[in-house]
Design a binder for this molecule. Structure first.
Ligand code: GLN
Length: 258
C-alpha cells in the first residue's frame, strides 16, 4: 500500500517538475530581443503589404526597418494601422515609430519627429486607358477623384477647383473605384501607381501627366522621443554606408537609389 502511495506521489512530483520546467523554459533561455513597434498601413505595395501566401509583412519600408532594427539590436514588429490613425497611435504610445511611405510635411512635423528622408517620391495621376480628357493636374478640375484618406494626395486634390474628391481607407479601394467607373482618376504616390499598373492594373488604366511635387518619405517617432529619432538616423546612415540600403532599394525598384 505504502509503495503504491509512494509511486503515486513521485508521479505527481514528476508532473509538477515537468510543468514548472515548461514555465521557466523561456526565462532560462536567451532574453528575447527588445521589440520596436512600427506602425504601417499595410496595403501600400511596394512599400508595405501582406504577402498573399505567407501573410507576412513585406515591402521596401519593412525591409528598411528590419535593417535599421538590426543595427539597433531591436526586433521589428509591424503594427498594421489605418493611415489616418498612424500619428494618433504614435501619440498614444501604441507604436514606437511609423514607416508607411509617409511624406515629410510641415503639418505633420508639428506632431512628430521625422528622420532624415529615406525615399524620394511625388504624386501622380492614374486614369482609365481610354480616357483622353485628363492629361495633367489642371485637367482634373471638376472631375471625380479617388484618393486615400489622410494622404498628401488627398490634400492636393482638395485644392483643385470643383473636384469631387472621394476618400477611401486604402489606395487599393481607390483603384477599385476607378476600375468600377465611380471615379475619373486616382491621385497617389508615383511608385505605388507604377507598381499597381505593373501588377496588372495596366490592362485598363494608365499613368498621365507630370509628377506633381517632389515629396520625401521619413520615419516618424513621437515628438518627445528625440533619442529614438537620433538612433534611427544613425542606423539609416549605417545601412547606407554598408550597402544594405542600396541592396534593398534595388530589390524593390530594380534600379540603384536616386
Ligand atoms: N506619401 C503619402 C502621404 O504621406 C501617402 C502615404 C500612404 O498612403 N501610405 O500622405
Amino acid at each position: 500500500m505504502l509503495k503504491r502511495w509512494m509511486a503515486f506521489a513521485s508521479l505527481i512530483l514528476l508532473v509538477l517538475t515537468l510543468s514548472l520546467a515548461g514555465c521557466g523554459g523561456n526565462q532560462s533561455a536567451q532574453p528575447a530581443a527588445k521589440v520596436l513597434k512600427v506602425g504601417a498601413e499595410a496595403t501600400f505595395p511596394p512599400f508595405e503589404f501582406q504577402d498573399e501566401k505567407s501573410k507576412e509583412y513585406a515591402g521596401f519600408d519593412v525591409d528598411i526597418m528590419k535593417a535599421i532594427g538590426k543595427q539597433m539590436g531591436l526586433e521589428v514588429q509591424i503594427v498594421n494601422t489605418g493611415f489616418d490613425g498612424l500619428i494618433p497611435a504614435l501619440e498614444g504610445s501604441q507604436i514606437d515609430a511609423i514607416a508607411s511611405a509617409m511624406t515629410i510635411t510641415d503639418e505633420r512635423a508639428k506632431r512628430v519627429n521625422f528622420s532624415k528622408p529615406y525615399y524620394k517620391s511625388g504624386l501622380s495621376i492614374v486614369v482609365k486607358s481610354d480616357n483622353v480628357t485628363i492629361n495633367n493636374f489642371k485637367e482634373l478640375e471638376g472631375k471625380r477623384i479617388a484618393v486615400q484618406i489622410g494622404t498628401t494626395g488627398a490634400e492636393a486634390v482638395k485644392k483643385i477647383k470643383d473636384a469631387k474628391v472621394r476618400e477611401y481607407n486604402s489606395a487599393s479601394e481607390a483603384y477599385l473605384e476607378l476600375k468600377a467607373g465611380g471615379a475619373d482618376a486616382v491621385v497617389n504616390d508615383l511608385p505605388v501607381n507604377e507598381y499597381y499598373l505593373a501588377k496588372g492594373g495596366s490592362k485598363d488604366a494608365k499613368l498621365v501627366g507630370e509628377i506633381l511635387n517632389a515629396e520625401e518619405y521619413g520615419i516618424a517617432v513621437a515628438k518627445k522621443n528625440t533619442e529614438l529619432a537620433g538612433k534611427i538616423n544613425k542606423a539609416l546612415d549605417e545601412i547606407k554606408q554598408n550597402g544594405e540600403y542600396a541592396r534593398i532599394y534595388e530589390q524593390w525598384f530594380g534600379k540603384k537609389p536616386q
